[in-house]
Write a protein of this length. Structure first.
Length: 191
């Protein structure tokens, strides 16, 4: 298992924040659409997003270890392609949201909906987990930080939600996509 370096710690935090952008956007949207949401639901939503953001890269890592031997020689390019795809997808979705904002649903937010949102926002993290296997990353460090940063980011959105949403909104998701592409480029160039 790789040792924890300061650089790996910082990279895991930055990656966690970048991957948390989808969960933050959904948290903000949910809280704006249901302004009288009970505290228990707000906290449960944040925890659900964090748990799925943490678990999905673990599953991706496990799946990636089966093919890591085949892609080890190409770890940099594989990581770049995966992270550029995920980052590019985030940017495209954010630009689309800037041009066509979604309306609030008529029904109240249910726990089943929160569960589906948690899975949907964490699918990108699954793919990133595959790149962890290719690069031999410390999955405990990276996945733990992804979960922790997602939890903290979602809680931050709940505290400063409306102001943060009006000010940054989809632009934060664009920044997250750019960060993922940057981390992919770092892996590609072996920095």
């Amino acid at each position: 298992m790789p040792s924890i370096t300061f650089a790996a710690l910082i990279e895991s935090i930055v990656l966690g924040v970048a991957l948390a952008m989808d969960a933050m956007a959904v948290t903000l949207s949910n809280s704006l659409c249901e302004p009288d949401m009970p505290l228990s639901k707000k906290l449960g939503m944040s925890v659900a997003f964090a748990l799925f953001q943490m678990a999905m890269p673990v599953l991706g890592y496990i799946g990636g270890t089966f093919v890591a031997g085949y892609i080890e020689r190409y770890a940099g390019i594989v990581s770049l392609l995966i992270l550029a795809f995920v980052g590019g997808k985030m940017i495209v979705e954010a630009v689309r949201e800037l041009h066509e904002p979604e309306a609030c649903p008529a029904a109240r937010l249910t726990w089943a909906t929160i569960g589906m949102e948690a899975v949907a926002t964490a699918i990108d993290a699954f793919v990133v987990g595959v790149s962890f296997a290719a690069e031999g990353k410390d999955v405990v460090l990276y996945c733990g930080m992804i979960g922790l940063t997602t939890l903290l980011c979602c809680l931050l959105v709940l505290v400063v939600g409306r102001k943060l949403g009006e000010r940054f909104g989809a632009r934060a998701e664009i920044a997250g996509g750019v960060v993922l592409i940057g981390i992919g480029l770092k892996a590609f160039f072996g920095l």
